[in-house]
Design a protein around this ligand. Structure first.
Ligand code: TIU
Length: 229
């Protein structure tokens, strides 16, 4: 059964059974002090606004029986999957792999790499570990979506202009229709957040659609308990 969400630049029609919610990198490394985000000189408190809207859309997607996928940016402990060009950036002593208050920065298995407790994945929900900014690069995300017949992605997470944007661009070129949930995304730079969202919906939706958590949850409500399938 199809549903429609008010969105920019136009109403967005979707079928829950063919849609997935992708929550990008809501990790301690980006949202809490002492992680990768802070090591880059950012005020990590600016990302907190996305937590409540992410909780709302997660609850609605789960109730509707939609596929929910979480991603995490991070690297192997030996840094073999980390390009030197990425590791060499940032202040010495606070780079990827360096020790910090939440363990080694942006390293898989360290406390900082975990998804924040408020948005913890449920058992059975796929978690994609990605070495890059985009969730499709060097990951199993695309076959996972194709095997399930997914055509539409609802995208939330951080940061809007970096990992959310890169993922939406990758998805768009692969033929997925993406709806970005504006208030369920956040940036260390509010002006980048606003502009990044405009860049998605401008030109007739050049990369996708933009809407809000309350509109997504309202559209998913009639599909509760998996009736959408
Ligand atoms: N620095 C920044 O804004 N973001 C990242 O490095 N990664 C993600 O966006 N996840």
């Amino acid at each position: 059964m199809a549903a429609v969400i008010p969105a920019d630049p136009a109403p967005f029609a979707f079928t829950p059974a063919r849609s997935a919610l992708v929550v990008i990198d809501m990790q301690r490394d980006f949202l809490e002090p002492g992680g990768f985000g802070e090591s880059l000189g950012n005020d990590v408190s600016l990302l907190a606004s996305a937590i409540g809207p992410c909780q709302a859309v997660l609850a609605a997607a789960r109730a509707a029986g939609m596929l929910v996928i979480h991603t995490r940016e991070g690297h192997r402990p030996d840094l073999s999957d980390a390009p030197p060009a990425k590791v060499e950036r940032g202040p010495k002593g606070q780079r990827i792999g360096d020790p910090g208050p939440m363990g080694r920065i942006l390293i898989r298995g360290e406390p900082g790499h975990d998804i924040i407790e408020a948005l913890a994945p449920l058992p059975g929900e796929p978690v994609i570990d990605k070495p890059g900014k985009g969730a499709f690069y060097a990951t199993e995300l695309e076959p996972m979506l194709r095997h399930r017949g997914i055509e539409v992605l609802f995208v939330a997470g951080v940061t809007t202009e970096v990992c959310v944007h890169t993922t939406v661009r990758e998805a768009n070129d692969r033929g997925f229709r993406c709806l970005v949930i504006a208030d369920a995304c956040a940036s260390y730079f509010p002006e980048f957040h606003a502009t990044a969202l405009r860049m998605i919906s401008a030109q007739g939706g050049i990369f996708g659609w933009v809407s809000e958590a309350a509109r997504v949850t309202a559209a998913l409500h009639p599909h509760r308990e998996g009736k959408a399938a």
